[in-house]
Ligand binder design. Structure first.
Ligand code: HAM
Length: 420
């Protein structure tokens, strides 16, 4: 062990577990790639104001959880706590919305940073795969994104997840609801912090997990009863499209989400095997975000799924992904001449698309065969002086123990044909 450890709230991904993370990322990305989303990558840090304006001045993410960086007298930067604001900034900066082909559909995969109190499923450095559809207001687009997320989870074999769905209204109906909710909340017996929250972000109070607060919320005005006709109609269409696609959801009128940019459709995927940190993914529509960061009106919708928590969900359901073998063939040379020849064969195998590894470090036969077993390879290629003299190598099936001599120049072809 070295003097250093991974910083608090972070962890390293190392083989073999890291292969599961890669597979999860790929499984989430596959459906969106098939649906016309293009890959986008943005910097790991941005001007801090992008997030305070975009995610919201009063959110926990901005007030408590951002890692900010100072650079001698220059603008302050922050490690990105989420991806949506950055992706929209990049789309605007690159004029992607001006190509005449809206919505601009983008997907991303990367690291995000939040200074949170670490616990299982909640880290200071975590991974998301996300998708954003920028510049179109169409219930089918909201439905498309939700269906793609469901398909991603299903492709991994997950079963115990639920989709919570809500509408947060728009700039027509939300202000009046907000005022009505504030009136109701001001009459309750709440602590000072929560009272302050009533004034800045009253909807968040609905999300308070404390029982003493929840008890008092009975009878609070609900947004559902205050939605304008346009928002109601939009939400009904999203629900109908999901139902038609066989996607089950639960209407959750208390779902508010921790970011301020949402309008209309909001949703969260929760997994029942994860304890307190049950949200495996979430998203929604953010019709006003572009204007909030200085762009034109571009109604948009998207989601981000947490890779770390999706892996925990797989563990909770006891799902083992079928991962491709890291090594298919393991070469064991006996002697210098065999090292030279087998090293050449391994290089050729790799070039032919066969995953191959080699007993490095001059191991003896016994040790090298142990390494071959540990590598998970299906075959070992063993050769000593006598084999070389006959122009062959021994191809050993590590499962059955069966061994056959194969001519050196036929080995690559033989292994390729056995690859199945
Ligand atoms: P979010 O709900 O803040 O949304 O994060 C999405 C997912 O990232 C969460 O459901 C969770 O799985 C994972 N996640 C968040 N924080 C942590 C953490 N500290 N440790 C482990 N996993 C975490 C967003 O970030 C929005 N940008 C989603 C979105 C995209 N909305 C519209 N477009």
């Amino acid at each position: 062990m070295s003097t250093f450890k991974a910083p608090k709230g972070t962890y390293d991904l190392t083989p073999p577990d890291s292969a599961v993370y890669l597979a999860v990322r790929e499984a989430i990305a596959a459906p969106v790639r098939r649906a016309g989303y293009g890959y986008v990558e943005t910097p790991g840090f941005e001007n801090v104001e992008l997030f305070s304006r975009g995610v919201g001045e009063s959110t926990d993410i901005v007030t408590k959880e951002m890692f900010t960086l100072t650079q001698r007298g220059k603008e302050a930067l922050a490690l990105r706590p989420e991806g949506t604001a950055s992706v929209l900034r990049a789309a605007l900066e690159g004029n992607l919305h001006k190509g005449g082909n809206l919505p601009v559909k983008l997907w991303y995969s990367g690291s995000y940073y939040r200074y949170e109190r670490p616990q299982k499923g909640r880290y200071r450095h975590f991974s998301q795969v996300g998708a954003e559809a920028i510049g179109a207001e169409d219930p089918a687009l909201d439905a498309e994104l939700i269906i793609l997320a469901v398909d991603a989870y299903k492709s991994l074999g997950l079963k115990n997840f639920r989709l919570l769905l809500n509408s947060l209204g728009d700039k027509e109906c939300r202000p009046a609801y907000r005022a009505a909710l504030q009136d109701f909340l001001r009459g309750l017996d709440l602590d000072d912090d929560t009272r302050r929250r009533i004034e800045i972000n009253p909807l968040r109070v609905l999300d308070d997990k404390r029982e003493a607060v929840q008890k008092q919320l009975v009878g609070a005005p609900m947004l559902r009863d205050h939605l304008c006709e346009a928002c109601k109609e939009y939400h009904e269409q999203v629900r109908a499209l999901l139902t038609a696609a066989g996607v089950e959801f639960e209407d959750d009128e208390k779902l508010v989400r921790g970011l301020d940019y949402y309008t209309r459709t909001t949703f969260e995927f929760v997994h029942d095997g994860l304890g307190a940190q049950s949200a495996v993914g979430g998203g929604g529509r953010y019709d006003g975000l572009s204007e909030m960061i200085g762009g034109p009106a571009l109604p948009s919708v998207g989601w981000a799924l947490g890779v770390d928590r999706t892996v925990l969900a797989l563990e909770a359901e006891g799902i083992e992904l079928e991962l491709p073998a890291v090594t298919e063939v393991y070469a064991v040379p006996l002697g210098d001449e065999a090292r030279r020849v087998l090293f050449g064969v391994v290089t050729e195998l790799r070039r032919a698309g066969v995953a191959a590894d080699f007993a490095f470090g001059g191991k003896g036969l016994k040790n090298a065969m142990k390494s071959a077993d540990r590598s998970g390879a299906r075959y070992a290629l063993v050769a000593g002086e006598r084999d070389l003299a006959e122009g062959v190598v021994q191809l050993k099936d590590l499962g059955s123990g069966e061994q056959t001599a194969v001519a050196i120049d036929a080995v690559v072809g033989e292994l390729r044909s056995r690859q199945g």
